[in-house]
Design a protein around this ligand. Structure first.
Ligand code: TPP
Length: 516
């Protein structure tokens, strides 16, 4: 067995079964090793941003890492933006990067670069394998580090000669520590805050608190105390709809977020950091918690927030089961032109049970989260790190992880163009992804930001730099060129009809929503 074979077999031994890849010459032994290991599903993506974004989507849904396989420094660098998003989502990922043969590095061949320096900002663990014999143990450690709660990115750099040289046997998995329990003092302090401030408090949640167990405990706490349930503006994963409790999202713009939190005397953090503004604006604070509020940490992101929420529910004597939600009337089907409100309502009304929604719909996506509360049970994924171009790849990875679930890729046009190649991977792998493309032919958020900065009459250049017209993008044609059938709609009625049809058919589909 050579080093490359020991890497793939060790990864399999550790429960890693998917490799999103865009390889080159320095990864040829690994490609050959994948050829000999059919249990490892190898998925080709035509840009490294798709490779890493797909690994993020896979990890969020599977709860375990995929491998990414990229080529030297430049190939890996193409994938960094989505690794940044994955780091913010705390997704477990194991990056494997080929490097030149050890003895060839000093020749400074054209593709030589400092791979470790590129990897470090997006990896909690980086190792350059020193020999073929070490690769198995290195791989096992990389997987264990990725699985360390709440999830991390490991990067293993493997020189080509270490891959092709004879190695020892593959390694087995290393034990992964359980998440740390939150201290009792935090539970007691949160109970005290709820006793004092009751309905004037907010339970602000992120991470594991937004999964089913945490949300059920949060609903019990809200029933007993009257507190408000809120989540991060861009959560990695939330269970929503069906029997899940009503959780509000903290608004994006700082004025609105400060206003939302100003109504409460206490903010209790569960699996989330204290919220900060996405950007600094003149005369605006970084913190989104208004001054004078009481901030209590029930559980940090690194601690078991679901367990802490259950302990808090017990301590305050909350009802044993989450109260039943008021019966929801079926959402009314919108009619007429397509805007953010009609699109949000139409999507929420058409969603099947157990769907996965990847929301990179940017400004068009805003009303959807509220509307989705009345949809059947589903999983909601957001763009966590603000680096756009994550939606189509993440939806792709989620569909690989969950072949039995329908994935709705709710996608803004400008962001979609960064990693549009993901559609080709969806077609090739036959993935059940329905892309709902919000074609507003502009970078609308940037136009909003210009207006917020007081530039109400942007000049020719500012208008040109925030417009996607001239020429207009034809998304049905783009999708068709990558093997994904598509249709264009211009009304809410047509959207509802096409979405219903697409969700019954196997394989990927593009619905281009031409907005008013
Ligand atoms: C990697 C990266 N590059 C650039 C930006 C800056 N940026 C933020 S939003 C945006 C445009 C978003 O436009 P679109 O996706 O069409 O959504 P819309 O605002 O129209 O709803 C850009 C360029 C970013 N956030 N990330």
């Amino acid at each position: 067995m050579n080093g490359a074979e020991s890497l793939i077999l060790t990864a399999l031994n550790c429960g890693v079964e998917v490799c999103f890849a865009n390889p080159g010459t320095t990864e040829m032994p690994l490609v050959a090793a994948l050829d000999g290991a059919p249990r490892m599903r190898a998925v080709l993506a035509l840009f490294e941003g798709v490779v890493t974004g797909a690994a993020d989507g896979y990890a969020r849904m599977a709860g375990r890492p995929a491998l990414t396989l990229t080529h030297l420094g430049p190939g890996f660098a193409n994938g960094i933006a989505n690794l940044h998003n994955a780091r913010r989502a705390h997704s477990p990922i194991v990056n494997v990067i080929g490097d030149h043969a050890t003895w060839h590095l000093k020749a400074d061949a054209p593709l030589t670069s400092d791979i470790e320096s590129l990897a470090r900002p997006v990896s909690s663990w980086v190792r350059h394998s020193g020999s073929a014999a070490e690769i198995a143990v290195d791989t096992s450690e990389a997987v264990a580090e990725a699985m360390r709660f709440p999830g991390h990115t490991s990067t293993l750099i493997v020189p080509a000669d270490c891959q092709w040289t004879e190695a020892g046997a593959a390694a087995g998995p290393r034990p992964v520590a359980e998440p740390a329990a939150a201290p009792d003092s935090g539970v007691r302090a949160a109970a005290e805050a709820l006793r004092r401030d009751g309905a004037n408090s907010v339970l602000f949640m992120g991470g594991a608190a937004l999964r089913e167990r945490g949300l059920r405990a949060a609903a019990r706490i809200a029933a007993a105390s009257g507190c408000r349930l809120m989540c991060e503006t861009f959560p990695a994963r939330v269970e929503r709809g069906g029997a899940m409790p009503a959780v509000e999202k903290l608004p994006y713009f700082p004025e609105m977020a400060l206003d939302a939190l100003s109504k409460s005397a206490s903010v209790i953090l569960a699996g989330a950091c204290a919220p900060v503004a996405f950007f600094g604006y003149p005369k605006m604070p970084s913190s989104l918690i208004p001054e004078g509020r009481n901030v209590t940490t029930l559980a940090t992101l690194e601690q078991d927030s679901a367990l802490a929420l259950e302990a808090l529910a017990e301590l305050i004597g909350a009802p044993k089961a989450a109260p039943a939600l008021a019966a929801k009337s079926a959402a009314a089907r919108p009619t007429g032109a397509l805007d953010a409100t009609t699109i949000g309502a139409a999507v929420a009304a058409a969603m099947p049970e157990n769907a996965i929604v990847m929301d990179e719909a940017a400004t068009t996506g805003l009303p959807f989260f509220g509307a989705s509360l009345s949809a059947p049970a589903h999983t909601y994924l957001a763009l966590t790190g603000g680096a756009i171009g994550q939606g189509l790849p993440c939806a792709t990875g989620a569909a690989v992880a969950c072949p039995d679930r329908r994935v709705i890729s709710f996608q803004a046009d400008g962001s979609g163009m960064y990693t549009v190649q993901a559609l080709w991977t969806q077609a090739r792998e036959g993935l059940n992804v329905t892309t709902l493309l919000c074609n507003n032919r502009r970078y609308r958020i940037l136009q909003v930001e210009l207006a917020r900065a007081g530039i109400t009459e942007p000049g020719t250049t500012a208008r040109s730099l925030t417009s996607l017209g001239n020429p207009n993008l034809d998304w049905v044609a783009l999708a068709k060129g990558m093997g994904v059938p598509g249709v264009r709609v211009e009304t809410a009625e047509a959207l509802a009809r096409e979405l219903e049809r697409a969700l019954k058919e196997p394989g990927p589909k593009m619905i281009e929503m031409l907005m008013a």
